[in-house]
Structures are given as structure tokens and as C-alpha cells.
Design a protein around this ligand. Structure first.
Ligand code: GLU
Length: 311
């Protein structure tokens, strides 16, 4: 589960997003991308590797626009590649989505969407979200967005911009954190508070099964079942350094005490509690191959070597 940052306000979004993505680099990632809304058109840039590569590709000319979304990806479905990097779009390029998490029923949904004529450009689970909303859209974007969320199984923290509703940003959460920062005539969204701190200290967190619609005039929150929710804006009282070290004297101490959360984050969406099973979505597609393999080589070093020994 990797990094999300989004902006809606009066400033140029691209540099805010790139700086925000930098603040999320500590989480690790394999590719990065942004999408910016400008006059009902969406400009997208994506690159494999470091955020520097994305900046180099943009060669100093960031897409113009004051609404945008940015993502650092840690691949779960589909190899790390430019095509698989977020944001992902629907067939007509009207909807751009960034997503943290895993859509467990993506292959069933994908098959149905392909049958209905949708063409996919990536191997990700994420891309189905854009196509599903496209399929359900009949003039009311919020409704299509909400109906799509109801069909998604698994985990998601996601942000969407769309030409159908170019002055707004659509956000939702289920099992993958989303925090919203409230500035002066501007709003920020991120997967953790770190990218928000340079801009605002007023934040609130979305709950599971909750969505938000942000426009220049404010934020509406509701459950994905269409019940309005009340949010209280909290003040973040620490500095960037404190956040980086989360109040501990040393990074190593912080990492030791973060283990329960880190393990929870790594397992989220990969355990089916009711059935007491482990489900590794990325392996499902090659299950038959693996079952019939005569030998499996696991290549690893350090911590992953210890994990590999158990494997
Ligand atoms: N499952 C998505 C993908 O593979 C999102 C991964 C992430 O959380 O970065 O693209």
C-alpha cells in the first residue's frame, strides 16, 4: 500500500503534488505519477523508478492546473512499469484514478467490463475502478462513483478527478488510510499526514466505507451507503521532524515500535478473516503454473532471506 497526495485550490497543483510525493518516499515505491485537471482536460505523467525520473520526464514544464492527484505505487497487480503506474483512466480518458490497496474481485469485474466493450491499458486491479464508473455513469458522477464503490471488494484509499465534474475531487476509503487537510481556500488529500504539514495543520481522517466530495466551496462527507457524516477538524501539533520520528528519539526506536502497524499494513487486504485464509492476489493469476512447477527458486537477501527460508 503506497502513497497518495491530491490538491484542490488556487495554486499550481503539480509542484505541490511532486513535493508531497517526496514526503511519502519513505514508504518505498516502484513508480510515480500525477494527473492535473486543466480546462476540462486531464494531463497525465507517469514514470517508473524515482520521483526524480518523473520530474526529469516533465523537464521543468509541469502541467498547468489547480486541481490534481499524485501517487507512488507499490505494485500488487501487474509488474512495475509505466503502463501500470497510476493514475489510471477509463476508455475515453474522462476519469483519472489513484488507488492504494487491492481490489480483490477485480478479475470478475474486468471480465464483465471487457464483455461490455471496455479496453484496458494496464494489468492493474486499479484500472477497473475507472472503467466501472465509466460504465455506471449516466449524467450524475457522484452516483456512479458511489455505486462503483459498492461493487468493490478488498481495500482502497482512492482519489478521482473527472472531466464530467472538473471542479471537484472524489475520495473514498476502505481499509487504507485517507487524511484530508483543510487550508485557506484550498484542500489537500493524502495517505498520511506527512505531505500535508507544510501546508496546513487542520486535518480530519476518513473512516472505512466513507467518501468525500471536495469542491472550491467545501467538503461533503457521507458513507458509501449515502448517509451523511459529520467530521471534526483536528489540529496536528507536531513538526515535520517529529512526524518523521513520530515522537521517538531515534528512527530505529520508531521502527521497532511501529512493527505491529507495519505488519498490519502489509497484511491488509491479504487475509480473509472469516475463512482464516491468506490470499495473495498477485499470485492468483499464476496459481496453476505454480501448482504444476517442479521447482521454485526464491531469491532473497537479508530480511527477505529469512522469510524465504520459511517459504
Ligand atoms: N493494487 C494497486 C496496484 O497494483 C495499488 C498498489 C499500491 O497500493 O500502491 O497498482
Amino acid at each position: 500500500m503506497c502513497g497518495i497526495v491530491a490538491y484542490l485550490g488556487n495554486k499550481e497543483a503539480a509542484s505541490i503534488l511532486i513535493n508531497g510525493l517526496r514526503r511519502l518516499e519513505y514508504r518505498g515505491y516502484d513508480s510515480a505519477g500525477i494527473a492535473i485537471m486543466n480546462n476540462r482536460s486531464i494531463e497525465t505523467a507517469r514514470e517508473v523508478g524515482k520521483i526524480r525520473n518523473l520530474e526529469d520526464a516533465l523537464a521543468g514544464s509541469f502541467p498547468a492546473g489547480t486541481i490534481g492527484i499524485g501517487h507512488t505505487r507499490w505494485a500488487t497487480h501487474g509488474e512495475p512499469s509505466k503502463d501500470n503506474a497510476h493514475p489510471h483512466t477509463d476508455c475515453d480518458g474522462n476519469i483519472a484514478v489513484i488507488h492504494n490497496g487491492i481490489i480483490e474481485n477485480y478479475s470478475i469485474l474486468k471480465k464483465a467490463l471487457i464483455k461490455n466493450g471496455h479496453t484496458f491499458k494496464s494489468e492493474t486491479d486499479t484500472e477497473i475502478i475507472a472503467h466501472l464508473i465509466e460504465e455506471l455513469y449516466d449524467g450524475n458522477f457522484e452516483q456512479a462513483f458511489r455505486q462503483a464503490l459498492l461493487q468493490l471488494e478488498g481495500t482502497f484509499g482512492l482519489v478521482i478527478i473527472t472531466k464530467h465534474d472538473p471542479e471537484k475531487m472524489y475520495i473514498a476509503r476502505k481499509g487504507s488510510p485517507i487524511v484530508i487537510g483543510v487550508g485557506e481556500n484550498e484542500f489537500f488529500v493524502a495517505s498520511d499526514v506527512t505531505p500535508l504539514i507544510p501546508h496546513t495543520r487542520n486535518v480530519f481522517y476518513l473512516d472505512d466505507d466513507e467518501m468525500a466530495v471536495i469542491s472550491h466551496t467545501g467538503i461533503i462527507t457521507k458513507t458509501i451507503y449515502n448517509m451523511p457524516t459529520e467530521k471534526t477538524v483536528e489540529k496536528v501539533n507536531f513538526d515535520i521532524d517529529d512526524i518523521d520520528k513520530a515522537g521517538y528519539d531515534h528512527y530505529m526506536l520508531k521502527e521497532i515500535f511501529e512493527q505491529p502497524k507495519t505488519i498490519m499494513d502489509a497484511m491488509r487486504g491479504r487475509l480473509i478473516r472469516e475463512e482464516g485464509l491468506v490470499k495473495l492476489g498477485g499470485l492468483a493469476e499464476v496459481e496453476d503454473l505454480l501448482m504444476n512447477a517442479e521447482k521454485i527458486y526464491i531469491t532473497a537477501s537479508g530480511t527477505s532471506w529469512h522469510a524465504a527460508l520459511i517459504g
